[in-house]
Design a protein around this ligand. Structure first.
Ligand code: NAD
Length: 328
């Protein structure tokens, strides 16, 4: 058996080598994506794994079938780049990695929250200017606060557990209430969570009901001392409304691992270049805003899991077994 893994980053190579050695299966790696001009190179492989932002075009599916390929595995949670109908028509089983490590994102929510409540961003900015005063920057201890989770699914539920373990009161809003969280999470309406919590962590998935889930009206419900932490998807927050709320001191600060339009700036080196977003420019100017370039997933465990789970699925499908991650 020989597998090709595409769009491989340097930081994934060690995990791929480790899986290959443990399973005694050859895995070749390339940095290019799956597009029509590459299909001729796939004939020597039994299985393929992708990870890409751009769509797999229609002509790729019959070409894969003709090359004897039986599956398309993406090592990401999202699989919208794959046309499931075209895959089905060409006998290609599609799998994804729905949960590579909820802890990876939940721990970033913790890090962002601690950084906000200890006002570390502000101390760092002052220290960079040789200003080492601390008056006016008293912190709150986490176990004295209420943390609100909006979207208490896999990641949100994990974030809830972490904050509960630290002694914070945890309240949550979700369309689905999970029995397993109810011993330490108090469910309530979105409005109540916004009113009661000192830190609001957003962990919903992006769907029509979550676009602009946090807008002007929702921000107006938050305490002026409260913080917003967005680790899910940019469009869940109305960025202009957030900037306005921060400027008018309606909330105390925000940490954003994701921002609408991020495909134009996150994961690019834009040093000495003009930034392509006025919203990004404005947010960067604020000392109570933390920005990270969509790195919630980027941990040792998550990267290893994305590699291991996707390759295990390829083997299962090639052996004629079912994978629990089949999306087609
Ligand atoms: P999940 O499906 O387990 O949880 C999402 C939760 O949101 C569900 O419980 C769902 O019921 C709830 N929800 C959906 N619409 C809602 C609404 N309108 N109001 C209230 N609750 C609503 O997903 P997950 O695995 O926990 O991942 C959540 C999201 O995190 C992903 O969809 C992705 O956008 C984001 N994510 C970010 C990173 C990162 O690097 N920052 C990494 C992985 C995932």
């Amino acid at each position: 058996m020989k597998i090709l893994m595409m769009s491989v980053r340097d930081d994934e190579e060690a995990a791929i080598k480790s899986w290959s050695e443990r399973n005694n299966i050859k895995v070749d790696t390339v940095d290019w994506e799956l597009h029509p001009d590459r299909v001729s190179e796939l004939g020597v492989y039994d299985g393929i794994v992708i990870q890409q932002r751009s769509k797999v075009e229609g002509e790729v599916y019959p070409a894969l079938k003709a090359a004897g390929i039986k599956q398309i595995t993406t090592r990401t949670a999202g699989f919208d780049v794959i046309d499931l109908e075209a895959a089905r028509e060409n006998g290609l089983t599609v799998t994804n990695v729905p949960a590579y490590s909820p802890r990876s994102v939940a721990e970033l929510a913790l890090a962002h929250t601690m950084r906000l409540i200890r006002k570390l961003e502000i101390f760092d900015e002052r220290a960079a200017k040789q200003d080492f005063r601390w008056a006016g920057l008293q912190a709150a201890e986490i176990h004295s606060l209420t943390v609100g989770i909006i979207g208490a699914g896999r990641i949100g539920g994990t974030t809830a557990k972490i904050f509960d373990a630290l002694g914070a009161k945890v309240v949550a809003h979700d369309l689905v209430e999970r029995e397993e969280l109810k011993s330490f999470v108090t469910y309530m309406s979105k409005e109540e969570v916004l009113q009661k919590a000192d830190v609001i962590c957003l962990h919903v998935d992006l769907n029509p009901s979550t676009i602009n889930l946090i807008g002007r009206d929702e921000l107006a419900l938050m305490k002026p001392t409260a913080y917003l932490v967005n680790e899910c998807r940019g469009p869940v927050v109305d960025t202009d409304a957030l900037i306005e709320a921060l400027e008018q001191k309606k909330i105390a600060g925000a940490a954003l691992d994701t921002l609408t339009g991020e495909e134009n700036f996150f994961n690019f080196n834009l040093q000495n270049k003009e930034l392509p977003s006025q919203q990004l420019i404005r947010l960067r100017e604020m000392e109570n805003v933390i920005l990270t370039p969509h790195v919630g997933f980027f941990t040792n465990i998550a990267v290893q899991n994305m590699v291991d789970i996707s390759l295990d699925d390829v083997v299962a499908i090639l052996n004629g077994e079912k994978s629990e991650h089949q999306v087609s």
